[in-house]
Design a protein around this ligand. Structure first.
Ligand SMILES: [Zn+2]
Length: 383
């Protein structure tokens, strides 16, 4: 039954006039791509699809040790990153990297049963890969090209411990000291709850100081309720951390982990394509700002968490309480406790914010992420 419904959904989406984002996610998350596990034929098929898209809009490969399409491939142990560049028109030797992982779990994820064994990874991270591809596409279409160069990077083996991006920063294809920023996507077009359909997160922009946080805030505008939170709230769980470790300013766009996370149900029918389009639009604006304007300087000594984080989390939890009935009594108590803690921290004011508050909000956020990742997979798409 499940397989049939996916096939129908693929037919409907591909048959109708659909956007490039829809096409990329439909292809990459299809059963034919078998969950995009590294070192499989499905991985090679995914790479070929992505390379085709990058070539279509004029990106070129960066691996000078290879020829033809292989110039887009950066092989490493049991994995292959796909990396292309759009040369900048004025400052071709300065780079902004836009990326996310394209690999997923094959058939090793929660809920895998013989009747539905494929971990399609639609929101994680076919959607993020699609966003990265389309940010590159938009910048390739700027009149005369982008001012700085844009590198589009689709990482492999993220699911095995961020290995593709770790290999990249150890073996960069453009100099890291000429890489002015990294924009990461992981889990996009996803809803944590019905009440959070317009909620998203931009994690760690403070690594590029106010230059980068301002760029993100401006790009977000009123498009989505994209909450800027400090790098720590990404829990080190995506490729952005490898760029932090080599002091490249970065921002990580994510919808966080919800009940479909690493389940076989993370497939096409849970993707919120309206949200994904807005997220891609925001990231395109951020990237265009970065390729055009002043480079951000890396800030490595920002506090782990700030009063502003408490304010952002207070807003998210307040909204999530609209769905409190979806949780178990124990979870409801946890959520209510986090709410009252956040209200207290914010109520005392920024001048009183201290180490104990940091501990409170970090612990509360970990609990909240765990609680939101429990339950039955649902895309919570608008009716
Ligand atoms: Zn992911």
């Amino acid at each position: 039954m499940r397989r049939m419904s996916v096939l129908i959904a693929v037919a409907v989406v591909v048959g109708a006039a659909c956007t490039p984002l829809q096409t990329h996610v439909t292809v990459l998350a299809s059963d034919a791509f078998a969950g995009r596990n590294n070192a499989t034929q499905a991985s090679i098929d995914s790479q070929n699809y992505i390379i085709g898209q990058l070539k279509n809009y004029g990106a070129t490969g960066l691996n000078t040790g290879a020829t033809g399409d292989d110039t887009f491939r950066q092989p490493f142990t049991d994995g292959t990153n796909v990396v292309g560049v759009i040369k900048g028109r004025e400052l071709p030797n300065e780079y902004v990297i836009v990326g996310g992982h394209y690999d997923h779990l094959g058939s090793t994820c929660r809920g895998s049963v013989p009747a539905d064994s494929i971990c399609n990874g639609a929101t994680d991270n076919a959607a993020g890969a699609a966003a990265a591809i389309e940010v590159g596409h938009a910048l390739a279409q700027l009149p005369g090209g982008p001012r700085r160069s844009v590198v589009i990077a689709l990482w492999d083996r993220e699911e095995d411990g961020l290995l593709g991006s770790a290999f990249y920063v150890a073996h960069p294809l453009v100099p890291l000291n000429q890489t002015i920023a990294y924009v990461n996507f992981d889990i996009q077009g996803a809803n944590l709850l019905p009440s959070l359909r317009t909620t998203s997160f931009a994690v760690g922009a403070e690594t590029g100081g106010t230059r980068l946080t301002d760029a993100v805030k401006t790009a977000v505008g009123t498009t989505l309720q994209t909450h800027l939170v400090s790098s720590i709230f990404g829990q080190g769980r995506s490729d952005y951390v490898n760029f932090t470790s080599v002091q490249v300013p970065n921002v990580f766009f994510s919808d966080s982990t919800g009940p479909c996370y690493h389940t076989v149900k993370d497939e096409l029918d849970v993707v919120d394509f309206g949200k994904l389009a807005k997220e891609t639009d925001i990231a395109t604006k951020v990237t265009e700002d970065l390729v055009t304007g002043t480079p951000p300087a890396f800030v490595g000594n920002a506090p782990l968490a700030t009063f502003a984080d408490a304010v952002e989390l207070q807003s998210v939890v307040t909204q999530a309480l609209g769905d409190i009935g979806r949780f178990t009594p124990a979870q409801q108590a946890q959520l209510a406790q986090f709410m009252s803690d956040l209200d207290a921290v914010v109520g005392r004011g920024e001048g009183q914010f201290g180490q104990a508050d940091i501990t409170t909000i970090l612990g509360g956020a970990v609990n909240a992420v765990n609680l939101l990742t429990s339950g039955t997979c649902d895309g919570f798409l608008a009716p």
